[in-house]
Design a protein. Structure first.
Length: 368
């Protein structure tokens, strides 16, 4: 088909795709300095923060012993600035090391905290080296190392009840991406946790009916992956352009160091600077993108190389990544035993145990 036979919309989409591909190909991928990541994760810095597990718990709390003010109200006007938390400072020198039981007991930085049962305990929030991003009625907040919460974007109205935002963090850059609602429209924002400001923003294409199905699936190497009911899109932070990555049957599981882990049909957008790796939708990538964590103590390589084998007991079946790049692991049964494992050596140490009430062990940010 010649260019004269194609519609202006088709030609524009092709130009955008070529421009995005050329831009990503020409931009050198930052080295995945895991030592630096671990130093950031373990340094006792004033801007370091606590686990997303407590952040998620904070979102759903009623009257908890750790809340310094009255129980949260359904009326947005009751607390316009969000939750007023006072949980006390945590020791983050060994990493966040956050885990818990479904009944609301949490271990955060080596300290055990009792909270009331919370909805969505292991979803929505995102842990970073600078804090835990969580949402209060669709508005992003940061729960800090000092145990208090602060709003990150001023002036946002409360989102509709059927809108459940997500946040994803960059493993190397101090950036987090989320979607907020403004005047009925969904807006993607990229927030710099070092500068404490939104550094990029754009309106998000929503589904045919509303914006309640918009989800952020990942951020890495200058692009954000956003999904709605119709497709998954890649958004260039520098160029402020959306390009369709794949159809609705494809799910982006994780993105790290220009490796994209996906479930379903292979993405249709050719990005030669990236590697596409098929995997399970609930699997995760190591911060360097070289191995996949997928419900097993053996992390399989995404390309060449050897697997990483974690030195844990056989009854360990639950896993996630801590913010310093190490793997947190837990046994089945009660009490559950918890381990912190170094990658790529696989050396592990037991960091605690907890009676499980009401289900399986919980980790921050996922239900793996």
């Amino acid at each position: 088909m010649s260019s004269q036979d194609r519609s202006p919309d088709t030609l524009l989409a092709e130009r955008v795709a070529r421009h995005l591909t050329d831009h990503l190909d020409a931009t050198p991928a930052p080295p995945a300095d895991l030592d630096a990541v671990r130093r950031r994760g373990r340094a006792a810095r004033g801007r370091r923060r606590v686990s997303s597990l407590v952040a998620v718990a904070a979102v759903g709390l009623g009257a908890a012993a750790l809340v310094a003010t009255a129980p949260w109200q359904d009326d947005p006007a009751g607390r316009p600035d969000g939750p007023d938390l006072a949980i006390g400072a945590l020791d983050l020198s060994g990493g966040l090391r956050a885990y818990g039981s479904p009944d609301g007991r949490l271990s955060l930085g080596g300290r055990t905290v009792d909270l009331e049962q919370a909805e969505d305990l292991d979803t929505d929030a995102a842990a970073t080296a600078y804090g835990v991003v969580f949402f209060d009625r669709g508005r992003p907040h940061l729960l800090g190392e000092d145990g208090t919460a602060e709003p990150l974007v001023a002036g946002l109205p409360a989102a509709p009840r059927d809108f459940h935002p997500t946040a994803k963090t960059d493993a190397v850059e101090p950036r987090v991406a989320w979607v907020v609602m403004e005047d009925g429209d969904a807006r993607l924002q990229v927030y710099d946790l070092e500068r404490r400001e939104v550094v990029a923003s754009d309106e998000v294409p929503c589904g045919e009916e509303d914006c309640s199905d918009v989800v952020v699936d990942g951020i890495d190497s200058g692009v954000v992956f956003v999904r709605n009911a119709e497709a998954t899109w890649v958004w260039s932070i520098e160029e402020r352009t959306f390009t369709e990555l794949a159809g609705p049957a494809t799910r982006v599981a994780d993105v790290r160091n220009r490796v994209l882990l996906y479930d379903g049909p292979r993405p249709t957008l050719p990005l030669s600077a990236w590697r596409y790796v098929a995997g399970a939708v609930d699997a995760q990538l190591t911060f360097d993108g070289r191995h996949v964590l997928d419900w097993s103590a053996t992390l399989q390589p995404t390309g060449g190389g050897r697997p990483v084998v974690l030195d844990v007991p056989r009854d360990v079946i639950f896993f996630t990544f801590d913010t310093d790049g190490s793997v947190l692991a837990a046994t089945t049964g009660s009490p559950a035993r918890f381990y912190d494992c170094v990658v790529p050596s696989g050396r592990c140490e037991q960091i605690g145990e907890m009676e499980m009430v009401g289900g399986d062990p919980l980790f921050m940010g996922n239900d793996m």
